[in-house]
Design a protein around this ligand. Sequence first.
Ligand SMILES: NC(=O)c1ccc[n+]([C@@H]2O[C@H](COP(=O)([O-])OP(=O)(O)OC[C@H]3O[C@@H](n4cnc5c(N)ncnc54)[C@H](OP(=O)(O)O)[C@@H]3O)[C@@H](O)[C@H]2O)c1
Length: 280
Amino acid sequence: MRVAVLGAGVMGAGMVRSLRRAGHDVAVWNRTPAKAADLASVGAVPAPDVTAAVTGADAVISMLFDAEATLAVKADLTAALADGAVWIQSATVGVAGIGAVAEGVPAIVDAPVLGTRKPADDGTLVVLASGDPALLERCRPVFDAIGSRTVVAGDTVGPASALKLACNSWVALAMAGIGQSVQLARALGVDPRLFLSAIDGGPTGMPYAQVKGQAVLAGDYATSFAVDGVVKDVGLMVDAAAQVGFPTGLLDALRALYAEASAAGHGDADMAAVAESFRR
Ligand SMILES: NC(=O)c1ccc[n+]([C@@H]2O[C@H](COP(=O)([O-])OP(=O)(O)OC[C@H]3O[C@@H](n4cnc5c(N)ncnc54)[C@H](OP(=O)(O)O)[C@@H]3O)[C@@H](O)[C@H]2O)c1
């Protein structure tokens, strides 16, 4: 297929590499052109603007930071989208966000993803997809290239973005919990490595705790998913929860912790830097 990717950040760049490995023709546009130009090394064609990227594409993936950035490209994208082509919206934009993005666009599917830098590079993301089944079917080759699995959340636009919020609330909570336990052990005068060793292999242990716990211990916050992205996502969760009268106490606490890490200068660092919010 001919695929256009809008956004060559951590996730968009990984998707481009996976699409190229699977043999698709890829055009890539990024606001900062150098990031798109770098992807020429894997055979992607950097495009000077959204119109040039989208023209002639069978499928267009948008993987920008948020709904605002996605709405900013909507007019150019839809004007250049060919008859029969599909817009695959994969950024995390929340429930209200996907509503605004999809409004008036017949050929769009809601397809946020689970997984971070490495799964994006490896083509092993989990695609959460919802929308017209016929459109989803057309997207299969793209989903298979960027992901190892596709979870279909419904036959309208919206449920996939809702599921993404539920999934990310778990990830944000897990990471904050890992940071809290490592720092609590430290504060109480216990070697924090013993926390990771105690849960390892047991019912409350998980590979994520070992990977992120080691990162916290090493103070290695090389970015897979940035703190500011989590702040954005937890804000979307709070907004969506408020719409349905769902209690936001835990989400509010999480938002405050990640916002504190951002305010302390870790906004671009990996979400593991939330551990710094527990450092006295
Ligand atoms: N990283 C993860 O683990 C992960 C996992 C799943 C989903 N996501 C979601 O995927 C999306 C992208 O995440 P990422 O980690 O790839 O982020 P990122 O590395 O920060 O990249 C963000 C992208 O958005 C572009 N952008 C930001 N504001 C823009 C604007 N106003 N107009 C046009 N382009 C704009 C950036 O362009 P510049 O290069 O010019 O700044 C860049 O291409 C987000 O919605 C995120 O929540 C991330």
